[in-house]
Write a new protein. Structure first.
Length: 83
């Protein structure tokens, strides 16, 4: 079984790898998916914090209630078109 420190060390490497891939624009979108309680929101929040200066826009949207695409676009398009 992995100790907390071993797990934390691996998680840091994983977060850095994702951040590097996003900053190179190889992965312009990131949608963490997985079981509840494994740190998806924490990972996404850390990535947003670390990479916010590299992007013109960052959109943070919960999909918990499974909104329709039309509703998502209805919220996002007006925000983006205010430029």
């Amino acid at each position: 079984m992995m100790t907390f420190f071993e797990y934390f060390h691996q998680a840091q490497h994983f977060q850095l790898a994702i951040a590097h891939t996003i900053s190179l624009k190889l992965l312009p979108s990131h949608s963490p998916v997985g079981d509840g309680g494994i740190g998806k929101t924490s990972l996404a929040a850390k990535l947003v914090q670390d990479l916010q200066d590299e992007f013109e826009f960052m959109i943070w949207r919960s999909l918990d209630n499974a909104p329709q695409l039309k509703e998502l676009l209805g919220d996002i398009v007006p925000f983006l078109s205010r430029q």
